[in-house]
Design a protein around this ligand. Sequence first.
Ligand code: 1CP
Length: 346
Amino acid sequence: MNHAAADSLFLRACRREAVAQTPGWLMRQAGRYLPEYRSIREKLTFLELCTRSEVAAEVTAGTVRRLGVDAAIVFADILLPLVPMALGLTYEKGDGPRIAAPLRTGADVAKLPSFDADGELGYVGETIRLTRGDVGTATPIIGFAGAPFTVASYAIEGGSSRNYVHVKTMMYRDPATWDALMHYVVDMTVAYLNMQIAAGADAVQLFDSWVGCLSIGDYARYVQPHLARLVARITPGTPVILFGTATESLLQAERDTGASVIGFDWRVDLAATWERIGHDVAIQGNLDPVVLFAGRDHVVEETRKVLAAAAGRPGHIFNLGHGILPETPVDNVLALVDAVHAYEHR
Ligand code: 1CP
């Protein structure tokens, strides 16, 4: 256990302890909106950047210094496990990830290789160790993985999707294959996240970015039990943040997975929704990332509204409701971080 980080605002908020100031970090805080990141990406492909731990750690730590945020998030991607899963992952310039050999049948799932997350994704652990050496013991480091539904959605659809037709077809027509895939992804994700924790991650976030496409009934049947098994196997004492978008109807079920912190996207009313799911769970969110394209005064005003809605209750971590977009003005991001730190609850 890293004791200096344990007293950080971020980890205290994860544990719902009272804090003098609300901690904040931003999903996708390192990325193409930062000129420093773009210049590194001119020399390396995205996968090269992720696998070269010394560069990935510099991006992780450099971003914390540049923004003054309260936590580092290891520079990696939710789709990296698709490489040892041998699905033919590539990142195409401009239009995101592509999977050459998507999973569609029981035979495809049965053929998935078993792999050792320590070995084949060990470079992510190395990035965490190098980041710790750089940021010191007081800055918490967040490890992460895609949540099983969202990872499976890329593996089955072969990339981004609008309606998740192939995913839902598998769920409805071949639930045994869906369940087998969920078991595989849960085992892999537990090993991957516990490896990140052993390397020094103080908390882990599960990105279930696209799970909001499901009805509550389908979530309860096809996703929630797998997530609950996953959360129960994370190294004890490590906060688990569960994030998704368009999840308003799923938040209570997300909470019932045992996750320590529930992510809110910007669509929900923070105060009313926290009240509804219970103040006995920590929450993270929830400024609309597109507000960062407004004028600076509007950014500050909307940031303060989010903080006011949380009303200084223990257990709020400030964040966006989804990741920072590539064209976001950097000055507005800096103004947002200043506004979070300057805020005083009365
Ligand atoms: O340089 C580039 O062109 C690549 C852009 C990029 C970056 C900067 C990708 C490709 N991934 C990342 C890093 C990344 N991705 C981080 C680490 C750093 C940080 O937060 O500072 C994290 C946490 C992610 C998580 C991630 N990857 C998610 C979940 C968050 C979200 O935005 O919903 C998802 C869905 C992905 C898949 C992915 N990887 C990359 C892209 C462009 C996408 C999204 C594709 C799509 O819309 O389907």
